[in-house]
Design a protein around this ligand. Structure first.
Ligand code: NAP
Ligand code: G4F
Length: 351
């Protein structure tokens, strides 16, 4: 039987790397788009690339979502059965500094792929769009978001992703392309980028555990997020494309915790005693060590955003039912996984 061919944009990112592993396990031929960069950006997929078992089923192509010709040429050459559009300028905070670039990559980049699929008229191709809970943003007195909730993005990133969400839906309705949105809530892992809040915290606390004298500077500690594990969520990305008809799905755990609660959970796993003092910009956390108080965390307004999504909690009942979504990781297990991996990393840095 002919192997299925998948194309992943954003293969060097957190989700792209886990999805590539999953698809290779499922005997796909996997192609990924990588960007030219002046330093190595393939750290998350090097182990896949050098594995001799993957020699004839894993291929990388230079391209960029801002470059229509590269997108078209790669799709034309590969003729994929499934396309997973995970490539994005995915940092909400950075999108306020680079709004136009974010729109180009995370918004128009999606259109470039869909146009290539339309022109090339590839039979039965399936398209997955990495949509996001950042589409919501405003609670409107509701404490949970599902596929029918009102959108109200709060950042240039959210707006770019809103365009992608709708253009995916428009190409599905207008041209009959199998195109689906996964509206994924925050998902983390040991491969999470180090400027996202969970990984910033696990990197810092594990170094602290090994004796670092640094202080961590954070923004809004009250923001609440619905955090899942990326390994669970990439499986849902694949399942969304295995449905009989294209549809949009919310993927979330249904639980929401604050950044401060996430820190407390990490401290518990690391058996560190933390005490919080002050409020707002004066809030601080100290670590208690043999009755001595050492400054651990300070709030820094540099990390506040011009506009904030204060609260996110997803209702994934549709995914639970249709995709048989049953996450393997609780938040506690996610924290343990990240702490374990970052402790190893911190130890290796000391050598
Ligand atoms: P990530 O780790 O930031 O990865 C983003 C990927 O996009 C990287 O491979 C990056 O390449 C690539 N990329 C950036 N600019 C590009 C460009 N101009 N052309 C081509 N590729 C480009 O993100 P992630 O956490 O894996 O998320 C995957 C997708 O899901 C993203 O679209 C994100 O917006 C969306 N999403 C994420 C979450 C979450 O909580 N993780 C939730 C909902 C939706 P480099 O490695 O070269 O930078
Ligand atoms: O970890 P974050 O940067 O993730 P955010 O903004 O929720 O976005 C992530 O999840 C989205 C899905 O909802 C994705 F679409 C998006 O691509 C990305 O993966 O921030 C989480 C919260 C925010 O409220 C932020 O203000 O943590 C708060 N925070 C507090 N201090 C901080 C910091 N965030 C960062 N990055 N750095 C801080 O120092």
């Amino acid at each position: 039987m002919k192997k299925k061919v998948a194309l992943i944009t954003g293969i060097t990112g957190q989700d792209g790397s886990y999805l590539a592993e999953l698809l290779l396990k499922k005997k796909y031929v996997v192609h990924g788009v990588i960007r030219k960069s002046s330093s190595f950006n393939t750290g998350r997929i090097d182990h896949i690339y050098i594995d001799p078992h993957n020699k004839t089923n894993f291929y990388l192509h230079y391209g960029d979502l801002t470059d229509s010709n590269s997108v078209y040429n790669i799709i034309n050459k590969i003729r994929p059965d499934e396309v997973y559009n995970l490539g994005a300028q995915s940092h909400v905070g950075v999108s306020f500094d680079n709004p136009e670039y974010t729109a180009e990559v995370s918004g128009i980049g999606t259109l470039r792929i869909l146009e290539a699929l339309r022109f090339l008229n590839i039979k039965k191709v399936k398209f997955y769009q990495a949509s996001t809970s950042e589409l919501f943003g405003e609670t409107y007195n509701k404490n949970v978001f599902d596929e029918n909730s009102k959108f109200h993005p709060k950042s240039p990133y959210g707006v770019a992703k809103l365009y992608s969400y709708w253009i995916t839906s428009v190409y599905r309705e207008s041209y009959g392309i199998f195109a689906s949105n996964g509206i994924l809530f925050n998902h983390e892992s040991p491969r999470r980028g180090e400027t996202f809040v969970t990984r910033k915290i696990t990197r810092f606390l594990t170094r602290k555990k090994l004796g670092s004298k640094d202080v961590l500077y954070l923004g809004n500690l009250n923001a609440k997020r619905d955090w899942g594990h990326a390994i669970d969520y990439v499986e849902m990305q694949w399942r969304i494309l295995q449905q009989k008809k294209p549809e949009d799905f919310v993927v979330a755990t249904g639980n929401s915790y604050s950044v401060r609660q996430f820190i407390d959970m990490c401290a518990k796993v690391l058996k560190m005693k933390i005490i919080w003092t002050g409020k707002g910009l004066n809030e601080k956390a100290y670590i208690l060590n043999k009755n001595k108080k050492e400054l651990l965390i300070k709030v820094d307004k540099r990390y506040f955003r011009p506009n904030e999504v204060h609260y996110l909690r997803g209702d994934a009942r549709k995914a639970f039912k249709k995709l048989r979504f049953k996450p393997k990781f609780t938040l506690r297990k996610l924290v343990e996984d990240m702490i374990k991996s970052d402790l190893e990393l911190a130890k290796s840095e000391l050598k």
